[in-house]
Design a protein around this ligand. Structure first.
Ligand SMILES: Cc1cc2nc3c(=O)[nH]c(=O)nc-3n(C[C@H](O)[C@H](O)[C@H](O)COP(=O)(O)OP(=O)(O)OC[C@H]3O[C@@H](n4cnc5c(N)ncnc54)[C@H](O)[C@@H]3O)c2cc1C
Length: 366
């Protein structure tokens, strides 16, 4: 039986960001990935750091801001450790919404036309957000390599099959042997409920890339409540995304892609005849209230979520980092920082009350 300080299940952006954070704090970290690292939802994402999207739940605000503030250091660290570039692709978003947020000025019609000539606001209010995006595929190699360079042991094609609490540690059964860890973190994305009694379910997102031949290239993200257009450079634009309750199905449905393309063209008509280069889909990990679960579980074995009161934090050794739904790329560095603070019983950067697992305990018991 092998031993480690921290064992993590799931090498998506949440598991790997947490592994990096804990390795930097001096812990021995082992991460188990059932398939290949960064090949599930984190690979499929558009890559917007959409901290101010009006569609976000308001309880996400402080975690979004924490994560956003950590992002420059997070990416610089990955680039340094992996010797791979993760370029920022856009630094602003034109948001269209039914109402203006407080203290935000609308864009003038002239400003809108200079950003995206021909744009049809269709009765929505348009405003500018200082918001970055990058291509998550640039992290597919860089993030696992950075974690390995930081001293993390990554076991790919190794599924965690059971997690058994022991006195002061956790026994982890995998398809390639057993481990004892001082702490276990479930970062299994849309599959998290296989190992814990949490109501996390998959929400399918279909998304596609076009190459357009209109007169103007797009330099900033465009977003409405229905659709977003995200430039990747060289006249290539990502258009996304559906949010579907379709189980673990990742098939592409041409009618869904056509509907998204149409919604994009109603907003920015230049894109209507753009050539589709690639289509793909990913499974977002969703909870009933669309908020993540970040915190302790004491007794993960029997699919029961135990009370996660703050005073029990010091004794906890099973943790959840799941349910990041539409914002897991944005929320990864903040989630990793909070887990480090919880595991080391340090003061927390933000109030995590909204993210505790025990908010679902009552509904699970029914
Ligand atoms: C179309 C689309 C667009 C998106 N756009 C954005 C965006 O612009 N901005 C943003 O912030 N977010 C976006 N998201 C959401 C974001 O992608 C997710 O919230 C995020 O990737 C979740 O990361 P994760 O690490 O929890 O899950 P994943 O990346 O799915 O990783 C979980 C990993 O756990 C592994 N695993 C599962 N079970 C086990 C087991 N038993 N043992 C070992 N390993 C296991 C899986 O194989 C997987 O690799 C988008 C999502 C989609 C689908």
């Amino acid at each position: 039986m092998q031993r480690t300080d921290i064992a993590i299940a799931g090498a998506g952006i949440i598991g790997l960001a947490t592994a990096l954070e804990l390795a930097a704090a001096g812990m021995r970290v082992v991460i188990f990935e059932r398939g290949h690292a960064m090949r599930e939802c984190s690979w499929a994402a558009a890559g917007m750091l959409a901290a101010e999207d009006p569609e976000n739940p308001s309880s996400l605000h402080h975690l979004s801001e924490l994560s956003r503030s950590l992002y420059p250091g997070f990416l610089a660290n990955i680039e340094r450790l992996s010797s791979r570039k993760v370029p920022v692709r856009t630094t602003q978003a034109l948001q269209a919404a039914h109402a203006l947020p407080p203290h935000i000025e609308p864009l003038s019609p002239q400003a809108i036309q200079s950003i995206a000539p021909g744009l049809q606001s269709n009765g929505l209010r348009c405003f500018l957000l200082e918001e970055q995006s990058f291509d998550p595929r640039n992290l597919t190699e860089a993030l696992p390599q950075a974690a390995i360079a930081a001293g993390v042991t990554l076991h790919q094609q190794t599924a965690v099959t059971a997690v058994i609490p022991q006195s002061g540690s956790v026994k982890i059964q995998t398809t390639r042997g057993e481990w004892i860890a001082a702490h276990f973190i479930n970062a299994c994305g849309a599959w998290a409920s296989d190992l814990a009694g949490v109501p996390v379910t998959p929400r399918k997102g279909q998304i596609f890339l076009v190459e357009h031949n209109g007169p103007e290239d797009l330099r900033i993200a465009l977003r409405t409540p229905q659709v977003y257009l995200l430039p990747r450079g060289n006249r290539r634009i990502v258009i996304g995304a559906t949010v579907e309750d379709a189980g673990y199905d990742k098939q592409i449905n041409p009618a869904a892609i056509a509907a998204l393309h149409n919604a994009a063209a109603e907003f920015w008509p230049t894109i209507r005849h753009a050539h589709i280069v690639e289509t793909w889909a990913g499974l977002r990990p969703a909870t009933p209230d669309s908020l993540p679960v970040i915190g302790p579980v004491t007794g993960i074995d029997a699919k029961s979520v135990a009370n996660a009161a703050p005073e029990s934090r010091q004794n906890a050794n099973s943790w959840l980092a799941i349910g990041h739904f539409r914002n897991g790329i944005l929320l990864a560095p903040g989630t990793a920082r909070l887990l480090r603070q919880m595991i080391f019983a340090e003061p927390l950067s933000i109030d995590v009350g909204a993210f505790q697992a025990n908010r679902f305990t009552t509904s699970l018991a029914q």
